[in-house]
Design a protein around this ligand. Structure first.
Ligand SMILES: [Zn+2]
Length: 125
């Protein structure tokens, strides 16, 4: 695992912040290993081993912070639910920053977030 890449330096603190919030609710979980992958088709991949490995796309480092958190929380929720069923999205909604602050945004911003969300979900289904 390369820890010296620029992308790792950018995404690692974001990952740790998300993990802190997430693991406070699920203290039985083991800290997953975060890596930067060469994922071209997905923003993130979660491998369900012990400890779990979460591979984030290099390209994610260039995205806005909220979107990075959105992807990371998506992968963290897979530690609980490996699928994309209703309960998975119910859980994700509790953490996802692009969901929580929707009411404070203008409609175009919400549309943009929704578009991004659909894109990510579509790519990962
Ligand atoms: Zn997923």
């Amino acid at each position: 695992m390369k820890t010296s890449t620029k992308e790792y330096q950018i995404l690692s603190p974001v990952f740790e912040d998300c993990w802190k919030i997430f693991s406070a609710h699920f203290p039985h979980l083991q800290h997953p290993v975060m890596r930067i992958g060469r994922n071209k088709k997905t923003w993130g991949i979660c491998y369900g081993c012990t400890p779990a490995k979460i591979s984030l796309s290099k390209a994610l480092a260039k995205k806005p912070l909220e979107f990075q958190q959105h992807v990371i929380f998506h992968e963290l929720c897979h530690l609980i639910y490996p699928n994309h069923r209703r309960e998975f999205y119910d859980l994700l909604d509790c953490f996802d920053p692009t969901h929580q602050h929707q009411n404070e945004r203008t409609n175009s911003r919400i549309d943009k977030m929704e578009e991004m969300r659909r894109k990510v979900m579509g790519e990962m289904l």
